[in-house]
Design a protein around this ligand. Sequence first.
Ligand code: LMR
Length: 393
Amino acid sequence: MFETLSEPAPDKILALMAMYRADDRPTKIDLGVGVYKDARGVTLVMRAVKAAEARILKDQESKSYTGLAGDPAYAEAMIGLLLGAEAPRERLAAVATPGGTGAVRQAFELVKMARPGGVVWYSEPTWPNHVSILNYLGLEARPYRYFDEASGEVDAAGMLAALEAVGEGDVVLLHGCCHNPTGANLTGADWDRVVALLNAKGALPMVDIAYQGFGDGLEADALGLRTIVAGCPEALIAASCSKNFGIYRERAGLLVALAADAAGAKLAQGNLAFLNRQNYSFPPDHGARVVTEILTDEALRADWQEELEQMREGMLALRQQLADELRRLTNSDRFDFVARHRGMFSRLGLTPDEVTRLREEHAVYMVGDSRINIAGLNAETVPVLAKAIASVI
Ligand code: LMR
């Protein structure tokens, strides 16, 4: 029967990873997939994660099933991290998922159950897998304007104008912080306007937050999400622990549904557990347990936050260095936005041809839309990259 299948469309981020691995030039630079790397190019296990894992290895007495929603302590700890002390707990349903992608997938599945044929609006551009999953599930995916290529900043007025077309019951997908792929983010005032507009339209916000702590800090990065939760009757939140805990392969994510009232939350909780059961039964537990250990232990949490801050500050320093270097070499402010962007990514605004030349002539690997992963750089490779960019533009 398999002969009836056709080749799936390649994922451009994962295809780039394979190309990078196959390149044997020693000077190659990987600015592709969104994985944090230190100055030596290594994705180390964070100190607090190591300590939590050692504790789990010593103390865990059973590996029997948790619940369909995962360990409730994980959901509580993560809700605290995401939403703070003000979280309207009685209106929330939450399930553990295999990574942030699992949360995105389950959120879309819930939308499909609640609104067959529903419309989901996504920022243009967005993480390509958002659109891919929507298409796969048969939900209607519609883009809204987000990014101004010319300035490298958010086009907030254009975004609000585009969202005027949103219908009642439509879902609007937003990036909580550290927008992927552009690095350009909404301001606090923009979030307020988005909330007012979505409420006026009767639309449901869905916030994908995969980089909390990588932008302006753990609390500041949750501001948009908290504005949504404080101001909207209903919302969906897909959170990932892959990046900020550095536990990519452990697949720890959380899907939260904010309902209008406690009865709605109970209904959502039951349906989310049902969806987990249909798709993979019990969600993975190890990564979630590591996160719970860290978030609920004062010393581990402080150590994790300290290391996360160092990572964040390192990325900011690289941003500044790259912006300065490009300013010097191009004698223009064209790339100044790199220093203003936040998170792992910046979209540089290079043409596909320039991106190809960077790869072929300079062994610099970035996604075809000219998204770079800032953490793929270090103080020595920033000037190399800047020089290569200046030579192809
Ligand atoms: C990325 O955008 O590079 C990351 O989110 C990794 C992925 O799964 O695509």
